[in-house]
Design a protein around this ligand. Structure first.
Ligand SMILES: O=C(CO)[C@@H](O)[C@H](O)COP(=O)(O)O
Ligand SMILES: [Fe+2]
Length: 223
C-alpha cells in the first residue's frame, strides 16, 4: 500500500494559514478538521475556510467531518473544494445515504470510528468507501496522546479488507509522531494524519518526509 501523509491544519497558525499549508505541499493530502461543538466538544472551521483554501492550494483536501447530521453538509463541503469527505459512523446520519451523497458529488467517501466504537461497526461499508479512519484519540482536540489500544482495531480492519480483497486506505488520526508512525503502519494503517508533530516542528516539510519514511519502513511488518 502507498503511504500517505495528511497534515492536520488544526495545529497550523490560522492567522497564516495559507503560508502554513504551503509548507506541507509535499504531503499527499491536507487534513481539514470540521467540528460543530455538538458531535465533539469543540468548534473549529467551516465551509468559508475550505473555500478560501481551495483558491490558495492545489493539494488533495481530506475533510474530516466531526459533526452531527453530516448528510446535511456533504453538498456544501463538496462544493467548497473537498476531495475526500470523512464522516463518523456514530454521527446519526444513515451511512449508506451519506456515502451515496458523497459519491453523487464525485468525491471519495470515508467512514470513521471513535475509539470506543468497534471495527465491526464499519464492516458493512468497507466495500462502499475509499477509506476508513480509525481515531487514535477521542475526537475534538489536537495534541492528545496516542491510544495504543487502537492498534488491534487497525489490524482487524486491514485483515478484513484483505479478506474482502479490498485495496482500502486505512487512516489514523491522533497523536501520530515519529514514535507512533511505525506502530500504526506496522498494524496496517497507510494514511497518517499528523497535526502537532508536523506544525509544532521547526521544519514541517521535513517532518512530513520523516513520517512517511518511518511508516514505509514499518508498513505491514506485523502481519
Ligand atoms: O481529528 C482530529 C482531532 O479530533 C485531528 O485531526 C487532530 O488535529 C490531530 O492532531 P494531533 O493529534 O496530530 O496533534
Ligand atoms: Fe481529524
Amino acid at each position: 500500500m502507498d503511504i500517505k501523509i495528511s497534515p492536520s491544519i488544526l495545529s497550523a497558525d490560522f492567522a497564516r494559514l495559507s503560508a502554513d499549508v504551503d509548507k506541507v505541499s509535499g504531503a499527499e493530502m491536507l487534513h481539514i478538521d470540521v467540528m460543530d461543538g455538538h458531535f465533539v466538544p469543540n468548534i473549529s472551521i467551516g465551509t468559508p475556510v475550505v473555500k478560501s483554501l481551495r483558491k490558495a492550494s492545489r493539494m488533495f483536501f481530506d475533510v474530516h467531518l466531526m459533526i452531527s447530521d453530516p448528510l446535511k453538509y456533504v453538498g456544501p463541503f463538496a462544493d467548497c473544494g473537498a476531495d475526500l469527505i470523512t464522516f463518523h459512523v456514530e454521527s446519526g446520519s444513515d451511512p449508506d445515504a451519506v456515502i451515496a451523497a458523497i459519491r453523487e458529488k464525485g468525491k471519495i467517501p470515508a467512514i470513521s470510528v471513535k475509539p470506543k466504537t468497534p471495527a465491526q461497526a464499519v464492516y458493512p461499508y468497507l466495500d462502499k468507501v475509499g477509506m476508513v479512519l480509525v481515531m487514535t484519540v477521542e475526537p475534538g482536540f489536537g495534541g492528545q496522546s496516542f491510544m495504543a489500544d487502537m492498534l488491534p482495531k487497525i489490524k482487524a480492519l486491514r485483515q478484513k479488507a484483505e479478506e474482502l480483497s479490498l485495496d482500502l486506505d486505512i487512516q489514523v488520526d491522533g497523536g501520530i509522531d515519529l514514535n507512533t508512525a511505525p506502530l500504526v503502519a506496522q498494524a496496517g494503517a497507510n494514511v497518517l494524519v499528523a497535526g502537532s508533530s508536523v506544525f509544532g516542528s521547526g521544519d514541517p516539510a521535513a517532518m512530513v518526509e520523516k513520517l512517511r519514511e518511518a511508516a514505509r519502513a514499518a508498513y505491514g511488518r506485523d502481519r
